[in-house]
Design a binder for this molecule. Structure first.
Ligand SMILES: Cc1cc2nc3c(=O)[nH]c(=O)nc-3n(C[C@H](O)[C@H](O)[C@H](O)COP(=O)(O)O)c2cc1C
Length: 189
C-alpha cells in the first residue's frame, strides 16, 4: 500500500474486532510517531500502550465516540483492543504548544495502522484528568489524545459533501464520511 492509498482508504473506525494486535505492529506504529516532524525537534511526546481488558473497561466510559451519532450506544464488545495514550512530557515542552506535534504524530500512526490492516480512532473528546489518574501517570505527563487501534469491525467510505458535514452509520453499521471536493478546498490566486 502506498501513502496515497493509505490516505484515501483510512477512515475513523469506531467498531473493532477483539483479536489482539501483535506487539511488533504496535511498536512499528509508535516508531512512526517517533519519527514524525516535531516543532524545533523537541520531541516532547511519549506513548503508553493499553491493552489489558480491565484497564480498557475503566477507560471506555472516559471516551466519547461520534458526537453526531446521538442514537448510537457503543458497546465494550467492540472497544479497541489497544489504546495508545499520547502523552506530553511537560518537562520538555508546555502542553499548550504541542497540538501540531500531536497532529503529525497521530496521523503518522493512523497511516501506519492502515498499512498494517488495522483500523484507528483518534480520540480527543476524552476525560483527560480521569484518564491520567486511571493510568497512574507521573505528574509530568499530560494526556493529549488516545488512539484506538484494532482489526476493524466496520467499513468506511467518503462521499461528496452536500449540505451537511455530519458522518453517519448505514444499516450495516458502516461509516460514511462527507468530504469537501478538491475544488472547494483549493483557493485560486
Ligand atoms: C483532533 C481529533 C479529535 C477527534 N476526536 C474524536 C473523538 O473524541 N471521538 C470520535 O468518535 N472521533 C474523533 N475524531 C475523529 C473525527 O470525528 C473524524 O476524523 C472525522 O469525522 C472525519 O472522519 P475520517 O477520519 O474517517 O476522515 C477526532 C479527530 C481528530 C482529528
Amino acid at each position: 500500500m502506498n501513502v496515497y492509498d493509505a490516505v484515501q482508504h483510512r477512515r475513523t473506525i469506531r467498531k473493532f474486532k477483539q483479536d489482539p494486535v501483535n506487539t511488533g505492529d504496535i511498536m512499528k506504529i509508535i516508531d512512526c510517531a517517533r519519527l514524525a516532524p516535531y516543532g524545533a525537534n523537541m520531541q516532547p511526546l511519549k506513548f503508553a500502550v493499553i491493552s489489558g481488558e480491565q484497564i480498557r473497561r475503566e477507560l471506555f466510559p472516559l471516551i466519547r465516540y461520534a458526537g453526531y451519532l446521538k442514537d448510537w450506544d457503543p458497546s465494550f464488545e467492540e472497544c479497541p483492543p489497544v489504546f495508545i495514550a499520547v502523552l506530553n512530557d511537560t518537562s520538555i515542552k508546555p502542553s499548550a504548544n504541542t497540538e501540531c506535534d500531536c497532529g503529525a504524530a497521530v496521523m503518522s500512526m493512523c497511516l501506519e495502522a492502515e498499512e498494517l490492516g488495522l483500523g484507528s480512532c483518534w480520540l480527543g473528546a476524552i476525560d483527560r484528568a480521569k484518564i491520567k489518574e486511571t493510568l497512574g501517570l507521573d505528574e509530568k505527563y499530560d494526556v493529549k489524545y488516545l488512539l484506538g487501534l484494532g482489526k476493524p469491525a466496520q467499513n468506511g467510505c467518503t462521499f461528496a459533501i452536500k449540505d451537511d458535514i455530519k458522518y453517519y452509520f448505514d444499516e450495516n453499521g458502516d461509516v460514511h464520511v462527507p468530504k469537501r471536493s478538491i475544488d472547494e478546498v483549493v483557493v485560486e490566486l
